[in-house]
Design a protein around this ligand. Structure first.
Ligand code: FCB
Length: 437
């Protein structure tokens, strides 16, 4: 690596992230069915119809995985709690094995001096709630608060930080407008409702955790830099709207008490009744904001109804996901978020990384370069005055990459999905050196 720990303030936190459905193995320990299980079981949704039944078997191998995280020299570990593992019916009686698992997991982090950074929801909605309309149903805010209390009543005394929901854009737009993720809907009304309810659910969850006396609560949003694909005013306008839907909608709700006018113009006929009155709930004071950043897009105008844009191919080198590598976007989002929205609130990079078709003995230079350039962009933002407090790599392990199955390898540690053997990659070894004290 071309950075080292001593380039950063003493209390700067390096961490790696995972999420429950992507690594744990959802067929174990009494977890309930999730909408990812039914989505994956429907032909055409997921590569080879792969699901999270076994995943990395982290449910049984978490000690080994946390040993590897600690040996990398990390200060913290960002993990998520599965709603369906804790409350198999989505509400009501908790699954004691699920609560015990997260209890053991958190203690195992603390035993290794890894600060637990929890995300409550990283996309595995219990099917009984999906049957009731899932994120389209306004009651989800109350269901989610119930889940928040059930899990945090058990582990909330040991959290370093908590965010309710990973990447509202993915929960809302990607899953209900583009249809790429569970529940696979392509419907503007469903998308508008889900995007608003994800915000009200966030607010109720924060309230539930404050009621338990918890602090260091935040939110985790994802960002994509939108380049106009050519220099016409139409492309500039299309890119601006892409930025509105992706980047400005959720920050507006969380920090400005409003949604951006250009997005609301298209959404108005489809928004849930009374949405304008919910910003008091949505804008609960937060202690930090987390940014997930991977790539940029090239945007063109498109015929047809609002939002009237489409993606075009871009010129930069791409990862295994086909995502362009654009570290300047990370610098942009850190400075812009700080200046326009969070104004001094501590920021964290909560996900950053790339997929590659790795084998255990691959030299892994692409990932080393990717991490170097992105960490440098974050450091530049700090030098420019952004209060960045930590940097999280996605991901600790190769894992279930949602609709793309087990093929896209984001891990610092290679996982053989036949034998489940873990092999640290060259980027892992490079980080061991960079993070040494
Ligand atoms: C993010 C998700 C994470 C993983 C990475 C590649 O959007 O939070 O689960 O899929 O992308």
């Amino acid at each position: 690596m071309n950075f080292k720990r001593s380039d950063f303030p003493e209390d700067f936190l390096f961490s790696a992230a995972t999420s429950s459905y992507q690594i744990e193995g959802h067929s174990f320990g009494g977890a309930g069915l999730t909408h990812w299980d039914t989505f994956a079981a429907t032909p055409g949704n997921v590569v080879r119809a792969e699901n999270g039944d076994i995943a990395c078997d982290h449910y049984h191998r978490y000690e080994e995985d946390l040993d590897l995280a600690a040996a990398m020299g990390l200060d913290a570990y960002r993990f998520s709690t599965s709603w369906a593992r804790v409350l198999p019916e989505g509400r009501g009686t908790p699954n004691p094995e699920g609560l015990d698992f997260y209890d053991r997991l958190v203690d195992a982090m603390l035993a290794r001096n890894l600060k637990p950074m929890a995300t409550l929801y990283h996309w595995e909605l219990p099917v009984p709630l999906a049957d009731l309309g899932g994120w389209r149903n306004p009651d989800i805010a109350h269901w989610f608060a119930e889940f928040t209390t059930a899990i945090m009543d058990r582990i909330g005394d040991r959290m370093f930080s908590v965010a309710p929901i990973n990447e509202p854009w993915c929960v809302g737009w990607l899953s209900h407008f583009l249809g790429h993720h569970a529940p696979g809907l392509r419907d503007i009304r469903a998308a508008a409702h889900a995007m608003h309810h994800v915000m009200t659910a966030h607010g109720r969850s924060i309230q539930a955790m404050r009621a338990l006396g918890m602090d260091n609560l935040g939110a985790v949003c994802n960002f994509e830099y939108a380049h106009p694909a050519n220099d016409t005013p139409e492309a500039a306008q299309a890119a601006r709207l892409y930025d509105g839907v992706y980047n400005r909608f959720f920050l507006g709700g969380l920090f400005k008490g409003e949604y951006p006018a250009d997005v609301i113009e298209g959404f108005t006929p489809h928004m849930p009744k009374g949405w304008e009155k919910d910003f008091g709930l949505i804008g609960q004071p937060l202690d930090w904001l987390g940014l997930n950043y991977y790539t940029c897009k090239r945007i063109l105008p498109d015929d047809g109804p609002w939002p009237g844009y489409k993606e075009a191919d871009g010129p930069l080198p791409k990862t295994q996901m086909g995502w362009e590598i654009y570290p300047d976007g990370l610098h942009h989002f850190l400075t812009w978020t700080h200046e326009e929205y969070t104004k001094g609130l501590p920021l964290y990079v909560t996900e950053s990384g790339m997929a590659n078709a790795d084998t255990p003995d691959h030299p892994d230079q692409e990932r080393i370069d990717y991490l170097n350039t992105h960490v440098a962009a974050a450091k530049q933002a700090m030098d420019d005055g952004v209060p960045l407090k930590g940097y999280t790599f996605w991901s600790l392990l190769d894992n279930y990459e949602w609709a793309l199955g087990y093929e896209k390898r984001f891990g610092l540690i290679h996982v053989d999905f036949e034998t489940l053997e873990r092999t640290p990659k060259a980027s892992y070894h490079a980080l061991v050196k960079a993070l040494a004290r």
